[in-house]
Design a binder for this molecule. Structure first.
Ligand code: HPA
Ligand code: ZN
Length: 326
């Protein structure tokens, strides 16, 4: 359609993308074979047919289990190269990519293997595909704050390869405040800060308040429940915080696409952006996420262009680089 072509043509930045969430079933089989790992399914189609998530927890179980096939630096290289190739084909010019080191170090894969493979893919893609990408290290919030702190220390030799730190995994019972000391130390080390806020139930507004007021993040991942609290919207505006929203992911892990909240915030001038989160599991890369939101909310070109512009606006780019895209 014409709107699809318009979306495809927009230069975009992707700011909320878990690299482990881009593991397509075909690559999962190829890596399993390369590493001599048995899988419970016998084909990529069978794997895809098994995806039926009704909550974050049901998704996370499958997401973490699949990571068994990621063993060598080449595996991480191939994973990131596949994503960057796809993203470049959708006119993503710049990407900030989350990775979950603890999901790998906790099963014996060294930090250096993960970050080394990913970094090499980013460098090669910039040269070969013309797409610029950077890394954001996420801590798993269902692990202890002490485990996050030791992971932060482990990352310091790679400080120049990592823009910032985030917080993901199961939010229930794991509030932002649990990681206040870790994030304070991360800021001292020069990292920028973001955290997921997508619980969408009792406690969500308090979590959003904590990330803004107590953690003092540089942006918020998801966070669209702020729409229900004018004082949170005001605080987000005041600090100029961007939100990285993920419509198709919302459809799987919370109740619906959350278009009322996303578009409501956009119309109030909040720097809302559209992203794919875990595209191999939720069935849509960034262009499909713009399309889904446009479809359910009836968006036109002006709003879609504003969303794409916001993505460069709130990206963690230097001033000079940002100007090249805006
Ligand atoms: N939410 C929380 N944690 C995650 C997600 C998500 O969508 N994807 C990977 N880790
Ligand atoms: Zn996410």
């Amino acid at each position: 359609s014409e709107l699809q072509d318009f979306i495809a043509g927009l230069p975009k930045a992707e700011l909320h993308l878990h690299i482990e969430g881009t593991l397509e079933p075909e690559l999962k089989f190829a890596l399993a074979q390369r590493n001599g790992i048995e899988l419970e399914h016998s084909s990529a189609e069978e794997v895809r047919a098994s995806y039926d998530f009704d909550s974050l927890a049901s998704f996370l179980t499958v997401y973490y289990d699949s990571m068994r096939v990621l063993v060598t630096a080449d595996d991480f290289y191939d994973l990131a190269t596949a994503y960057l190739t796809k993203a470049a084909s959708q006119n993503v010019r710049y990407a900030e990519i989350f990775f979950d080191p603890q999901a790998h170090t906790s099963r014996g894969v060294p930090f250096a293997t993960v970050v080394g493979g990913l970094r090499r893919a980013l460098v090669d893609a910039r040269r070969d595909l013309g797409i610029h990408a950077e890394l954001i290290m996420c801590f798993l919030r269902d692990f202890t704050a002490e485990h996050a702190m030791s992971t932060l220390m482990e990352s310091l030799p790679y400080r120049d390869w990592i823009l910032g730190v985030g917080l993901d995994s199961d939010e229930r019972g794991n509030p932002p405040a649990k990681f206040a000391a870790v994030f304070a130390r991360a800021r001292q080390e020069g990292y920028l800060l973001t955290m997921h806020c997508d619980i969408d139930q009792e406690g969500t507004h308090e979590h959003i308040r904590q990330v803004i007021e107590d953690i003092r993040v540089d942006r918020i991942d998801h966070g669209s429940n702020a729409f229900e609290r004018p004082e949170l919207v005001a605080a987000i505006q005041e600090r100029g915080l961007g939100l990285t929203c993920c419509p198709i992911s919302n459809g799987w892990v919370v109740d619906g696409v959350k278009e009322t909240e996303i578009v409501g915030l956009l119309e109030q001038g909040v720097k809302v952006t559209i992203n794919s989160d875990d595209p191999a599991y939720f069935g849509g890369y960034v262009a499909e996420n713009y399309e889904r939101l446009a479809e359910v909310a009836g968006l036109g070109r002006e709003q879609l262009a504003r969303l794409a512009r916001n993505s460069f606006d709130i990206a963690w780019l230097s001033g000079r680089e940002r100007e090249r895209y805006l």
